[in-house]
Design a protein around this ligand. Sequence first.
Ligand code: SDX
Length: 393
Amino acid sequence: GSGYFTYDPGFVSTASCNSEITYIDGQKGVLLHRGYPIEELAQHSNYLELSFLLLNGHLPSPQEYEEFSKTIRYHTMVHEQLVNFFKGFRRDAHPMAVMCGTVGALAAFYHDSLDITAERDRQISAHRLIAKMPTLAAMCHKYCIGQPFVYPRNDLSFAENFLYMMFSTPCEEYLPNPIFAKAMDRIFMLHADHEQNASTSTVRLVGSTGANPFACISAGIAALWGPAHGGANEAVLTMLEEIGDDSEENIQRFVDRAKDKDDPFRLMGFGHRVYRNFDPRAKVMKETCDEVLSELGLGEDPQLKIAKRLEQIALEDEYFVERKLYPNVDFYSGIILRAIGIPTNMFTVIFAMARTIGWVSHWNEMIANGTKIGRPRQLYTGPELRHYPAKQD
Ligand code: SDX
């Protein structure tokens, strides 16, 4: 230290926490939700069942699942006054800006009647957030493109209902392609929770002050927006469009740029704060990507070809190998979403929708366990003590 401020060797970050929800082993590429591997959940479960598991700690019985689904369906509509909030935004506002605003505004409609120290009221908050995020997300999209809002339909599954609210219009009957609905549900599952990532840590820090859950989730959305975090899925598509030509020498030129410290270009969708191995979610996402694109006869999509070549290079090129930069969850999700017809500016909104169950589960666990207000410590590296110069009279 600088002498005046001695370094405290016992300094322990107050940022670490205990949780029973998700386990990650970055070296082995392992991701467990309440002990279940993400690969098994992605194959056999669905987003609503996974939401129940993350929130309550066990897989639901058929009765519990039916009750939970009915509760979520009951809360899918938003207060009609919220429609006025949208009207204040420019049509070309980024949907993440609109989500930050409208989700935070839910506090003005639902918070006053809730006591977050009561488990039952926390469950009600969680159900409302899980149910209303898709409705608000679809409203963002409809507002952007100038089409009328579509009310939720309770006879459709969670993923089907989202696609219905996104793409149907009053002019004709719309029923989502089952392959798209299955891919959408799997994308929701793969983004549901991921331990103490930046946005979940944000939600916990805001929640530790006793702030209401709607404000906490709005803060999580803001943190997720950054291109180093949830904004990466949108950035992957922008990168693939920037690369454009799928010829080997053009791809290599961009790979060389990604290695050049003086060049801001980065391979978006590669690297991770924790995984120093393949992100297990990326593997499942890649399989889903192949399924959706072959269903659409887009197996030779040039951007998919570029993506697959980049992944191969990352496994061979020593720059990426020695830094253990593997494709992460965001690498393939954008290609699937684009194939389904989701506009690029909605990609991070979909990540936020899916991550809501992770955010509320961690918030609920933290409040239930009782927590002190978060207060990350710092190592001071500023000037030593000094005094204000005496006035020269
Ligand atoms: C998510 O935390 C979570 O769990 C997040 C998440 C979740 O589910 O919540 O998994 C979701 O956010 C996934 C990550 C999405 N972001 C991106 O795809 C953006 C591109 N990735 C990079 O910005 C970066 O890899 C991070 C931010 C993801 C990780 O940053 P780190 O761990 O701090 O890695 P680093 O910056 O220390 O990089 C180590 C080295 C550096 O080179 P050197 O200084 O050692 O020479 O690798 C290089 C970096 O320059 N590097 C890259 C790179 N990522 C890191 N080089 C080229 N392209 C990249 N993408």
